[in-house]
Design a protein around this ligand. Sequence first.
Ligand SMILES: [Zn+2]
Length: 315
Amino acid sequence: MTLTIGVDVGGTKVAAGVVDDRGRILEKVRRPTPSTSPHETARVIAEVVELLKSRFGEVEAVGLGAAGFVDESRATVLFAPNLAWRDEPIKKKVEGEVGLPVVVENDANAIAWGEAKFGAGRGEDHMILVALGTGIGGGLILNGELYRGRFGIGAEFGHYRVVPDGRRCGCGNRGCWEQYASGNALVAEAREIARVSPALAGRLLELGDGRPEGISGPEITEAAREGDSAALECFRTIARWVGQGLADLAAILDPGAFVIGGGLSEAGDLLLGPTREAFENALTGRGHRAFADIRIAELGPDAGIVGAADLARSR
Ligand SMILES: [Zn+2]
């Protein structure tokens, strides 16, 4: 049995685990990300790897899943919106410190690989991961392989434009899908209802301590589970955008399954039901083709660690 280490480097935390060849995490550690300093971030990554290595001597490689654009040689983070990394040669830096081979991968790609191999996408050669969180992360498994594109930065679905001149996006463009279909979009929708029509949003406001800004994802999910009509309306609105976006992706890529991950996926059927409906209503050629399955991810917040570790194994 070979062991590898997977590291998930996000805007707020660095989570790392020792993973075996069946995708099981044997031990896990986490640290806050010193996100303003590239040098400090590399040092924290080296520190968690050293710690895990000292407990499991036979570790053979390290996979880093980073929230950013990773170049095609899987060595450099070109750009990370939530980290200080700009053309950061992270592979070289970490390899120099820990003395193990390092593979760098986009975090959503690592999640897609983890879900395809050990989670909700098992046995599916054509799978699309859509992670609905702060933004939208994407990963493509085509013909059983992770598709990266020519320059390593494919599958950034969150930034395909769904509304001309629409809402401004952190990427600098307007009208990107993630402005309408992410966890953040759900929260924005609920706060807007609470501001504009407080009488309709009584339960949401109550859960948010009386203020629109107090309403976040868990409150909306809780209210929706109770049957609150304003919260359910928020889910229907977001799910319509999600489902239509999936139909557009299916028009291009014709996958067997979509795996929905990220914080918003914790809402389960509240999200899946209206998403499937919107997908089936929007899919081109409906009635004359099979519908791709739409499933919730299975590996939860550990998917990035498991996927990055496995990509390091098969490097
Ligand atoms: Zn964008």
